[in-house]
Design a protein around this ligand. Structure first.
Ligand SMILES: C[S@@+](CC[C@H](N)C(=O)[O-])C[C@H]1O[C@@H](n2cnc3c(N)ncnc32)[C@H](O)[C@@H]1O
Length: 384
């Protein structure tokens, strides 16, 4: 488990950091706004608990004190719960996952076919080698530099091009973090979000308010604005926000009500709590590690509870929604499922895949929570 990075320490090398974060400026040694010595306003999250003030529950040896306030109080659960849902995106006219396997994936983004690393793809490839070799760009990651230098390009291939998602044209670019400006699997969330926003608009006159935290190149913000929302887009990277504005112009949505904000997501959410602002929908797609514009450290495992505590304060009661994505997981049970299905799937039987979960003992009247420990695949053979 990676340790949190206090401000001032170097970011982990590209192979180790979450792969969806953009390069961020060097940290400054100052405290994050809202965490300093100033007294917290009444509606702010509770002040940080110190070991002197409240030693709290025993922590295992080596476990650090929480850097953020621990969210409290937790009410009894009323929401229905469904687990093990697979939200699947099949691709569309401009995007296809053509093949995967042997640690890589072959995808088509508009006119360009690209090869990128994919540790989940442990199984053999299905397309012939020639299909992979014909890709216009392949991420090599073999040099430490910004821009397309970490890609091997076929003759005549440029490092930026256009494609569209859900009717929104946007600019793709070969970035040094192996991404191209869109995460196609997010279409499952964006379709849901657009449906929710339209449903909200249909029931009232004022436009729904959507907050896109860690918003990257702004595609979700553009789709939300097209679906009738007033959008607040927050990202720490000036470059990403500039890319978002460029996409807004490309999509002909210059007049759409989008506030583009370069800020640390936690700092911004803390400010919204103090201002008493609330949203009908919140998208939260944090990287594993990231940096705010003033060097604020984002570490998903350390910071997500506090962030969700802020989010619950700025999410309107009633028919609002939150979409949280975490790419911190290094492997999915689908990887071992596909591998098992490739190797044993020709026999009669059943393959079941999922996660092995420990259940807490719980409290009187409240079932224990689930703790995921690992993923599994079961193959149960049958007599032919
Ligand atoms: C995983 S991407 C989000 C992708 C986006 N939701 C989409 O699918 O198009 C993560 C983004 O978080 C931003 N980021 C990293 N650390 C941040 C921080 N502390 N505050 C705000 N944004 C941050 C990065 O600049 C990057 O654009």
């Amino acid at each position: 488990m990676p340790k949190s990075r206090p401000p001032g320490r170097a970011a982990p090398p590209p192979g180790r950091r979450d792969d969806r974060s953009q390069r961020a400026p060097a940290p400054r040694a100052e405290a994050r706004p809202g965490q300093g010595a100033k007294p917290a306003p009444r509606d702010a999250a509770p002040a940080r608990r110190t070991p002197e003030a409240d030693r709290g529950p025993a922590r295992p040896a080596g476990a650090s004190e929480p850097k953020r306030p621990v969210p409290r109080p937790l009410g009894p659960r009323r929401a229905a719960e469904t687990i093990g849902v697979m939200l699947e995106t099949e691709g569309w006219d401009a995007y296809q996952l053509l093949d995967s396997g042997e640690g890589a994936k072959l995808e088509r983004y508009g006119a360009l076919t690209v090869v990128r690393p994919e540790p989940q793809a442990m199984y053999p490839r299905r397309l012939p080698e020639a299909a992979w070799a014909a890709a216009g760009a392949a991420f090599t990651g073999d040099v430490e530099e910004e821009g397309p230098g970490r890609w091997r390009l076929a003759d005549g291939i440029g490092d930026s091009w256009e494609m569209a998602v859900m009717g929104i044209p946007f600019a793709c670019r070969l970035t040094s973090f192996r991404h191209v400006g869109v995460f196609p699997e997010q279409v499952a969330h964006w379709t849901y979000m657009a449906d929710r926003l339209r449903a909200l608009s249909a029931t009232r006159t004022e436009r729904p308010q959507l907050l896109n935290l860690f918003g990257y190149t702004g595609l979700a913000s553009l789709i939300a604005a097209s679906a009738g929302a007033d959008v607040t887009h927050v990202d720490a990277s000036k470059k990403s926000v500039a890319w978002g504005r460029e996409n807004q112009a490309l999509a002909g949505l210059d007049a759409a009500p989008i506030r583009w904000i370069v800020d640390d997501a936690v700092t911004f959410a803390e400010r919204e709590v103090r201002r008493g602002r609330q949203y009908d929908g919140i998208l939260l797609d944090p990287p594993r590690f990231g940096r705010g514009p003033d060097g604020e450290v984002w570490d998903l495992t350390e910071d997500l509870p506090h962030m969700l505590d802020l989010v619950r304060r700025i999410l309107k009661p009633g028919p609002s929604f939150l979409v949280l994505t975490a790419y911190a997981i290094r492997a999915s049970f689908l990887s071992i499922h596909e591998l098992t299905a490739d190797l044993l799937g020709d026999r009669p039987g059943t393959i079941r895949s999922g996660e092995l979960v420990l259940r807490e003992t719980g409290l009187p009247g409240q079932p224990g929570r689930r703790l995921s420990t690992s993923m599994f695949t079961r193959f149960e053979g049958e007599a032919p």
